[in-house]
Design a protein around this ligand. Structure first.
Ligand code: HEC
Length: 204
């Protein structure tokens, strides 16, 4: 190798290294930006979680809800945002209930977000990949929750492959099955991990 070739290669390598610093490759959960405008979408359901005493709100786009109604995969660009609130507790430390028997929301604890884009997910092995979804968790101040275990998100949503990896895929806006389904989730105490038989009225 001549000195000139060596210098050329070295400077190319240097330029590539510099580029890598300037343009970091976004991977995994870093692809998911904080969903600033989630509230402009649809609050499509809420969930009381007895296990961790949380009240949760779920937002997504009208387009995603339309696709789910038709039983189709959710469109590229879909973002689903979960707002996690501490349930208001009584003196005994149990969640208080409102007139409808639902938890009452207290302080915002954080956000769990899933986002789907065409081409995402290709780098994951089949036993991990959740289609084109990526996951991210944010703290109440909207910064990334670096303590979150994003592998756990993939693992727990993975079995939902028949409904595009989304637990609440069959949720409807407005009157419909919501009341039934929240009772069903309470009945199985598990939100999808069926430890007890699902009541017959919920199986429709
Ligand atoms: C142990 C299982 C489990 C893990 C781990 C988990 N989820 Fe979920 N996720 C659920 C269940 C069950 C629901 C249905 C709503 C509920 O019960 O709160 C859900 C719902 C969601 C939703 C609303 C869309 C849907 O699938 O219904 C989002 C967004 C979400 N999870 C994001 C995340 C993120 C981000 C992580 C990781 C930081 C994560 N989840 C980890 C079980 C899990």
């Amino acid at each position: 190798m001549t000195i000139r070739t060596f210098v050329t290669i070295a400077s190319i390598a240097g330029a590539v290294a510099a580029l890598a610093v300037i343009v970091p490759v976004r991977a995994g959960g870093d692809k998911v930006a904080f969903p600033e405008n989630h509230a402009a979408g649809v609050l499509f359901t809420t969930v009381d979680r007895a296990d961790n005493k949380q009240f949760r709100e779920f937002y997504t786009s009208a387009a995603a809800l339309d696709a789910a109604k038709k039983g189709e995969p959710l469109p590229s660009g879909t973002v689903i945002t979960m707002l996690q609130y501490a349930a208001k507790l009584d003196a005994q430390g149990n969640p208080e209930k409102d007139a409808n028997g639902r938890f009452i929301k207290g302080n915002l604890i954080g956000y769990a977000v899933m986002e789907k884009r065409a081409g995402w997910g290709a780098e994951y092995p089949d036993n991990v990949r959740n289609g084109e979804w990526e996951y991210q968790a944010f703290k109440a101040d909207k910064s990334v929750n670096t303590g979150a275990n994003l592998s756990a998100c993939f693992n727990c949503h993975k079995p939902l492959d028949k409904q595009d990896f989304v637990y609440l895929y069959d949720k409807r806006v407005g009157p419909g099955r919501e009341g039934c389904h929240s009772r069903c989730r309470d009945a199985d105490g598990s939100n999808g991990r069926r430890r007890q038989p699902i009541p017959r009225h919920c199986r429709a």
